[in-house]
Every structure is written in structure tokens, then in C-alpha cells.
Design a binder for this molecule. Sequence first.
Ligand code: PLP
Length: 379
Amino acid sequence: MNLSEKLGALPTPCYVIDEEALIHNLEILQRMEKETGCHVLLAQKAFSNYKTYPLISKYISGTTASGIFEAKLAHEEMPGSQVHVFSPAYKDEDMDELLDICDHIVFNSISQWKHFRSKALQHGNVSFGLRINPEYSEIETDIYNPCFANSRLGITLENFEEDEISGISGLHFHTMCEQGADTLERTLAVVEEKFGKYLPGMKWLNFGGGHHITKPDYDVDKLILCIRRIKEKYDLEIYIEPGEAVAVDAGYLVCTVLDITKNGMELAIVDTSAACHMPDVLEMPYRPFIIGSGLPDEKQYTYRLGAPTCLAGDVIGDYSFDKVLNIGDRLIFTDMAMYTTVKNNTFNGMPLPSIYLLHGDGSTELLRQFSYKDFKDRL
Ligand SMILES: *Cc1c(COP(=O)(O)O)cnc(C)c1O
């Protein structure tokens, strides 16, 4: 059975999480843990489909959260695994609960640390860290670059008040996005040059996310060497917290063609939306792949795919196909597990796609479906 047959009967639009592909990624991440003794944490902001958490917990050490909600989700749905949290600023009313459910809490500034320090240090089971900004990043898009000028994310060396760090057991940096181990190697050199003097006093160092570990061309061996070198040199526990690498290429978005029209070229309207269901297409921006499609004019019939919303720019991209598209045809977008179900919205009253899990035996399981009520309940 090929993929379109397996997904052929599902109502659209729907996301389908591919369990086998997820396991493939998790096996690579598990190998990292085994070969280096590091701890891999799922960054839930990329992927929080918690019905897969029992599976994920068999392979990696735990999760990291961006705040109280993600931390609670991990605490509830991945019991027994580590829960870490980093937020640019915590609220007073959330701190007691965070202290109860988190293993690591990372603060973004010395002032946040001072604000929570006395309460925090009453919790002997929790380890506290500071996010540093090494002011080195190879990310070229500012919106994804935590080290751009005047960034609020992390403490620069100039603002690192070393006489305030007693009680801090670890440092955290996150400066990468879809990058390779060579970028990490160069980043670590800067981290060591600037903050190396503090590392011998720490228990752990967290390398953040943005490591493209599960992509075929990633140099896993170099990552292993980087982790081992830092771990041994400073006697530290090493954490990495990939989001994308856990869920990359591990899901689909299936849609149906609703209409075919023309305006200078062939246009197809589909029952999904870039703005609502795959916002990174507009935000990154990037062109998602559709199974069986080519670049514009690469195959015989080219269409511009757009959403049934009022936003003129809600265009997914231009695609060519071997056959003409007809109303009712289904299209399958790939790599739609990460940064989709966590980011989607009901702008224009667009329905939220259902979420299915595709098992290794080809069967599909409905995880969640949504209705008018989900739209109304948020307003
Ligand atoms: C976004 C983020 C991650 C995960 O990044 P990916 O690019 O999905 O691997 C990890 N840690 C922090 C602090 C982040 O902001």
C-alpha cells in the first residue's frame, strides 16, 4: 500500500503523524545519548502531540518547555521523564508550580534570577541555570536569530554579573536553527572563549536546539566529538534540546482541491491554508513539498495553490504535476509534523485539521478532531 492509499480515506484537511518516521528520528537521538552520555530533550514548542509522548519517552531523556503550559503538559503526559523550562521571563504566580514539576529552570537574565532566587533555592531537587548570549550565531534571518543586535534572549558577557551566580548550576545557549555540527563547533569555541571561565564551576551545559541531527547529511560523528570534548574538559552533563530534529519529516498534511480557476495561470484552491495550518510557509518563508509534484513548469501542468481564506497572500506555492488537477483530487504535503499543530489557528473561521497517527502497519488512528465549537470557544 503506498502512502496515498493509506491516507486515501481520511477526511481533509488533516495532519498525519508518521510513527515510523518519528521512530527513525528518535533512534538517531537515542544513539546520541548512548554514545555520549548526553541528555536529549524534546523542545515541545516544535511538536507537542502528547499522545506520542509515551513513545518518545522510550528513546530520549525528556522535554523542555517554553513556559508553564508546556511544562505541565510534559509533567502530565511524560511522567518520569525530565522536564526543563526556559522562558524569557517568568510570572510570580507560575513559579511555585514550575518549582514543583521541573527538573531544570533556566533564567534569561540576572534580574530574573535575583527576583526568584530565594524561593528557588528552597527547592533542593531543582537545578537552576542561566541562558547566555554568546553573541555568535550563523542564522541569517533576524526573526530566528537570538543573537541579533539588542536581542532580549540570553545574558551577554558584558551583563553577566559573576558575583550573583552562586546557586546556579548550569549555563544554556540557543543560537542555532536548522544547522550542522560544524556550526555547533564554531559556536562552542566562542562560548568557551567568552564564558569558559565559568564552566568549571557548573554541573551542566545545555546546547539548546537548532541541531539538524536527523537530516541525512548531518555529521552525527562531529556532534558526538563536540559533546564528548566539552563533557570531559569541564566535567559537565550535556543537554541538547532539539525540536525540529525530533519531528522533521515525520508527518503530512492532506488536503483536497476545491476549485480550479485561472488568472494569467492555472489556480487551484485547496481546503487548507498557509496562514492557518502551516504558518511557517509564510513566516520562514519556505515552499513545502507535495508528493508527486515538481517545481513550476518542471512537469506538464503548473498550478498556484491557494487557500479558501480572504488573505490575498495565503498562497502555498506554485507546483507542477504530470496530470491535470481536478476538483476532489487530494494532495499530500510532506514534513508537516513540526511547527504546525502547535502553531495553527482559526483565522477566517478556518476549521482546524484533524490529527491522525499513521502506524507502522499502515493503519491510521484519529488522535483529535475539531469542530465549530473549537473556533467559537476561543473567542
Ligand atoms: C526553539 C528552541 C528550541 C528548539 O529549536 P529547533 O530549531 O526546533 O531544534 C530549543 N531550545 C530553545 C530555547 C528554543 O527557543
